[in-house]
Design a protein around this ligand. Structure first.
Ligand code: PLP
Length: 421
């Protein structure tokens, strides 16, 4: 099936007499008639459900759908995007290890990797596209476990150049983790370009209606762990799970199995079945929404370029955008809904712009069906000096616009009336 159909059908196929729509299994646990049946599930957990911290039928259906959309072999839903990143990283890294990441990633992820992982002994080494390959490779040693990037960095709007960075990971046999939240599998499929693990905040476009916080870790099934000295615990017995060897038990889904049987078991960052159900319901229209978000965003970006109150616009769908060329290599069917721009007159005028909007709301959220907007310099980044703002790529006039599904002319009219004021 094509992606549009997978959004509606992947993950749940009713048997005769079953509910036609995925039911909510609001149950912590699962009943079995014989000790042998339950014993079998402890040996081979992928054959059924034991306890909802480990897996749940509603959640599993959503996981299967996202794995299918991404072209991966298995997925694990988590309670948030943050816990998805945390459990994915801890599946391969421990105290003494290090990881590579780009500083332009989502602020919450940046802090998790830089500050919180450091507290448990995992060092994050920051790299950026202006470094040479030699400079990046010089940071890789035998303790390096992965490279972390975002398809579209939020809010810097840079596009991850798979063709440049995936070969570096391959050369050294390290995993490439990609946060695909802002592109979604309907626009970009990172596994096609060399990613090994895909991460989502399902809170954003996958849910699409701003009702449920959630995350997803997707296993590409395209990495050879066996024999790679960086990942010995994938092919040697796990004594904490009666000697399971993940590459034997999980096959191509060894990463997803280890994530679930070690991290989800021990840390318990499971979503509620109701939130999994809500996110799954939202994802049924993902294909339609991403087309509309992309069309609306391109329309707004083009109009803003011509507006006399605007000093600059960043949107990779614009032909003259600095990220248009890499975006053309990886995006199919649109460039997403995030547009950033600068209001002439700096911090004060940008704040006035937010104040004078009518239906477009100021939110820290993005990727909702409703258009929303944020001025980082006066909100999320207000403690920073003007120089600090410049250093993290956010100017005082910077506006982040998440273009929604309303009529594009209504969105533009609200923006224009506010700019005119
Ligand atoms: C929101 C977001 C996250 C964090 O997800 P939560 O669901 O809020 O925990 C991670 N990455 C990106 C790109 C995001 O936009």
């Amino acid at each position: 099936m094509k992606k549009d159909s997978l959004c509606l059908h992947a993950g749940y196929t009713p048997k005769t007499g079953d509910a036609n729509v995925l039911p909510i299994y609001q149950s912590t646990t699962y009943a079995y008639d014989t000790p042998e049946e339950l014993a079998h599930l402890f040996d081979v957990p992928k054959d059924g459900h034991i306890y909802s911290r480990i897996s749940n039928p509603t959640t599993s259906a959503f996981e299967e759908k996202i794995a299918a959309l991404e072209g991966g072999v298995a997925a694990m839903m988590t309670s948030s995007g943050q816990s998805a990143t945390l459990s994915a990283v801890l599946t391969v890294a421990q105290a003494g290890d290090n990881i590579l990441a780009f500083p332009t990633i989502y602020g919450g992820t940046f802090n998790l990797l830089k500050v919180t992982l450091a507290k448990i002994g995992i060092e994050c080494r920051f790299i950026n596209p202006s470094m040479t390959d030699e400079e990046i490779e010089a940071l890789i040693d035998e303790k390096t476990k992965l490279m972390f990037g975002e398809t579209i960095a939020n809010p810097a709007m840079t596009i991850f150049d798979f063709d440049r960075f995936a070969p570096i990971c391959k050369k050294y046999g390290i995993l490439l983790f990609i946060d695909n939240t802002l592109a979604t599998p309907c626009l970009v499929t990172p596994f096609k370009y060399g990613a090994n693990v895909v991460i989502h905040s399902t809170t954003k476009y996958l849910d699409g209606h701003a009702v449920a916080v959630g995350g997803m870790v997707v296993d590409g099934g395209n990495f050879e762990f066996r024999g790679n000295p960086r990942y010995k615990d994938f092919y040697t017995p796990d004594e904490s799970y009666h000697g399971t060897v993940y590459v034997d038990e999980g096959g191509p889904a060894a990463f997803a199995l280890k994530a679930r049987m070690q991290l989800m078991r021990d840390i318990g960052v499971c979503p509620s079945p109701f939130n999994a159900w809500l996110a799954n319901l939202g994802s049924e229209t993902l294909h339609l929404r991403m087309k509309r978000h992309s069309e609306n965003a391109l329309f707004i970006a083009r109009a803003l370029k011509k507006n006399k109150h605007i000093s600059w616009v960043k949107y990779c769908g614009l032909e003259d955008d600095e990220n248009h060329e890499p975006a053309m290599k990886y995006f199919e069917g649109g460039f997403g809904g995030m547009v950033c721009f600068g209001v002439k007159g700096g911090r004060a005028k940008a704040a006035d712009f937010i104040r004078n909007l009518s239906f477009i709301r100021q939110l820290t959220h993005i990727a909702d069906s409703r258009t929303c907007v944020l001025h980082p310099a006066s909100t999320t980044h207000r403690q920073l000096s003007d120089q600090d703002l410049i250093d993290c790529g956010i100017s005082e006039d910077f506006i982040r616009l998440s273009v929604g599904l309303e009529d594009a002319e209504d969105i533009l009219a609200d923006i224009e009336q506010s700019l005119d004021k």
